[in-house]
Design a protein. Structure first.
Length: 409
């Protein structure tokens, strides 16, 4: 059931490598403030967080290629009111958050005065956004998307409840048809929004969305012209914006890789021997993939900044605990750019029991080119000789395959 996934799919904006977040300068005199705001790079984000806990901080971070950069933090007052002031020379994405799992993506442009009203632990579902039409567009799409995710989850639950039933084959056909309709519908909605906003930074956000974890809304290798058009329009307007530059570099690589793939596809296929990987671990020692031969190995490409990757990590911990003594191992390759982000994610997600490597080169990592990676998470399950037996298995599908390979041992 290719469209089903047991993970929630909300709050999906992040900087994926495939590649795939307001405004008057304060002065003493009100008249001068109004005059100085004209053409200013300043913006403000202010509003109210209802039922905010005393002493709890609200954090504003800017979305950068491969990481989130802290900008400022404030404590809402007793009434939950807050205010941020910052400067940006071009439209940029910011994440407003309280805690690691509750955040709201905003698109702030020079001169914007953004107002947000939300409840505590529900920043991602604000009751009001004003002062940024593009932020409102993103929120509306995310709400539509969340409805799709929730219905897909319900279909998954029906499927799980029907395991072992003689009606399952007939039921699966019905569930798959409905899942395909839902996915097609949200893709059509995304395509329409992209068409209306091709020259807006909203387009970058859309190109980085996933229908469900691991499944891009727009796949670069299948719809390259979309990426070419967005890149052309945005690079002409904002040639120094880091996310635009990042997209521009990706598109250049995409053009090249599609030209090369006309004669050869670098992505390892089922039955092929996975190429060697030899990269440093967090301590600086080189760890070769071939050192895991003799085990059933999951080679998992991930990053600390990738929410679907992080969502899958608890499942990997459970599977490792269940199957490691039967011969299962994990070799995780990070596409992070900052070592501290990588090592902190390993610690926080309790991943330290298996192999971790990275050259900390993000999208320029040698593995991106050699494995033909266009998105993460991506994974290859290897047999004891290092040959690929499955690609991109996650959740219950990975558990079933491991039980098939190791259950009797």
């Amino acid at each position: 059931m290719k469209y089903f996934n047991s993970k929630k799919g909300g709050k999906l904006f992040y900087v994926i490598f495939s590649l795939r977040k307001p405004v008057i300068l304060t002065v003493a005199v009100a008249l001068l403030a109004a005059m100085s705001g004209c053409g200013s790079d300043n913006f403000t984000v202010s509003g109210t967080v209802e039922d905010a806990l005393e002493g709890e901080y609200l954090l504003l971070r800017q979305v950068r290629p491969g990481h989130l950069e802290p900008v400022d933090s404030v404590r809402p007052d007793q009434e939950g009111k807050f205010s941020f002031r910052h400067t940006t020379p071009w439209p940029a994405f910011y994440m407003l958050s309280m805690g690691s799992d509750d955040f709201l993506t905003l698109l702030a442009a020079p001169g914007d005065r953004i107002t947000v009203e939300a409840k505590h632990n529900a920043l991602s579902e604000p009751t009001l956004i004003q002062g940024s039409e593009e932020s409102s567009l993103m929120l509306a799409f995310r709400r539509d998307h969340q409805e799709v995710i929730e219905e897909l989850q319900q279909l998954t639950e029906v499927y799980n409840d029907s395991l072992g039933s003689p009606r399952l084959p007939l039921l699966m056909d019905s569930l798959d048809r409905r899942a395909a309709e839902l996915v097609s519908g949200i893709r059509e909605r995304g395509s329409a929004l992209l068409e209306e906003n091709t020259g807006s930074m909203v387009a970058i956000w859309l190109l980085n969305q996933q229908v469900v974890p691991g499944k891009q809304l727009f796949e670069a290798t299948r719809e390259p012209e979309l990426f070419y058009r967005v890149d052309s329009l945005l690079f002409d307007q904002y040639p120094e914006a880091d996310l635009v530059v990042d997209l521009h570099r990706f598109v250049a690589g995409l053009r090249n890789s599609l030209a090369v793939s006309a004669t050869t596809d670098p992505r390892p296929a089922v039955g092929s021997l996975l190429p060697e990987i030899a990269l440093p671990d967090p301590g600086g020692d080189t760890v070769k993939l071939s050192s895991t031969r003799g085990s059933i190995v999951l080679v998992d490409f991930w990053a600390a900044w990738c929410p679907p990757c992080r969502e899958e990590n608890p499942n990997l911990v459970s599977l490792y605990d269940l199957y490691h003594n039967r011969g299962f191992d994990i070799y995780q390759v990070s596409l992070d750019i900052r070592k501290e982000d990588w090592t902190e994610a390993i610690k926080k997600d309790r991943l330290g029991r298996w192999h971790h490597v990275s050259d900390l080169k993000y999208r320029d990592s040698e593995v991106v080119r050699s494995f033909g990676l266009s998105e993460i998470p991506s994974s290859f399950l290897l047999d004891r000789e290092g040959r690929v037996v499955a690609v991109n298995l996650r959740g219950d599908a990975l558990r079933k395959k491991l039980e098939e390979l190791l259950g009797g041992q």
